[in-house]
Design a protein around this ligand. Structure first.
Ligand code: AMP
Ligand code: MN
Ligand code: MN
Ligand code: MN
Length: 283
């Protein structure tokens, strides 16, 4: 085992989490996290705050983000770690990726209105901490608040996933540029929660092969989104493709997340942890 309590995946109010970077840092430290990264969707606006809060709690810190990418017609998430948060090309790429979210959200609300759910755009906005980052999660919270569903996972199942009435297809960043923004800013690109994508074996092979060809170097093995069996499977994939392994809770909210910050199994010892390759980027 690699017995470092690293949690390199979570979200704050800067994207679709419910806690501030400072409160997340306190919670991570209380749970024993030694190395932390805040990875807001398509955003790095919380990075300086998170790094400062980590330092106050005596945790090491890696910069982080989680970029939305469209690959083989599906959405794939690429985590970036250890990049320079002031890198201009990275900042521009993320701004472009965020760009379509407002129009998408209005279209989602129009679709929901057609099935009788009114004022969902205004409702979702009440949960948004960052006006550039309206996400499906904010709609899910509104639909729970108004009693349409009991919990956010039910909202996704019934309304916000492909084929359901509030789902609006969206074109995110492409894989190559996303990996390059991270890499050229001095960081490491990591495939987030690979078990979540419903790819065929061929599509998954293509994802890992193209990701490597673009300069990607890591994959999440132990995550709040994986079962124990999935962690075993992707440990094998990491070895097969020569990728470093990452670990992260994907924590969003004390009320919604099953896996709390830092409270997940350690990485299997035969894998190279991403933080070994990022030692000079740790703050
Ligand atoms: P978006 O970037 O707007 O498409 O929203 C994606 C976010 O929705 C993810 O990062 C998760 O936080 C959340 N999400 C996606 N699928 C589910 C699900 N089945 N249950 C709960 N949350 C989900
Ligand atoms: Mn999210
Ligand atoms: Mn994700
Ligand atoms: Mn995430």
């Amino acid at each position: 085992m690699s017995i470092l309590n690293a949690d390199l995946h979570c979200h704050s109010v800067v994207s679709d989490g419910t806690m501030t970077p400072e409160d997340l840092a306190a919670r991570a430290a209380a749970n024993g996290v030694e190395l932390w990264a805040l990875t807001d969707h398509d955003e790095i606006g919380g990075q300086h705050r998170a790094a400062a809060a980590a330092r106050q709690h005596g945790m090491k810190y890696l910069t982080g983000t989680e970029i939305s990418v469209t690959f083989a017609g599906a959405t794939v998430h690429i985590v970036g770690l250890g990049f320079d948060p002031d890198d201009a090309a990275m900042r521009q790429g993320l701004a472009d990726t965020r760009g379509g979210r407002g129009a998408r959200a209005m279209e989602m609300a129009d679709q929901l209105a057609k099935v009788g759910i009114k004022d969902a755009y205004e409702g979702a906005l009440r949960y948004v901490g960052n006006p550039e980052l309206v996400s499906r999660t904010h709609f899910a919270r509104f639909l729970v608040e108004t009693g349409v569903c009991k919990e956010t996972s039910e909202v996704f199942r019934k309304y916000l996933t492909e084929g359901k009435p509030g789902y609006v297809p969206h074109r995110w960043a492409s894989l190559g540029p996303a990996v390059q923004w991270i890499t050229e800013a001095g960081g490491m690109a990591v495939i987030a929660h690979p078990a979540r994508y419903k790819f065929t074996a061929n599509e998954e092979y293509a994802l890992f092969t193209e990701f490597k060809a673009h300069g990607g170097r890591g994959v999440e093995v132990v995550t709040g989104s994986h079962t124990a069996a999935e962690a075993v499977k992707y440990a094998e994939t990491a070895r097969e493709f020569g990728l470093a392994a990452s670990r992260g809770s994907d924590f969003h909210s004390p009320d919604e997340s099953h896996t709390d910050l830092g409270l997940l199994p350690y990485l299997p010892g035969e894998l190279t942890p991403v933080w070994e390759l990022l030692a000079d980027r740790v703050r």
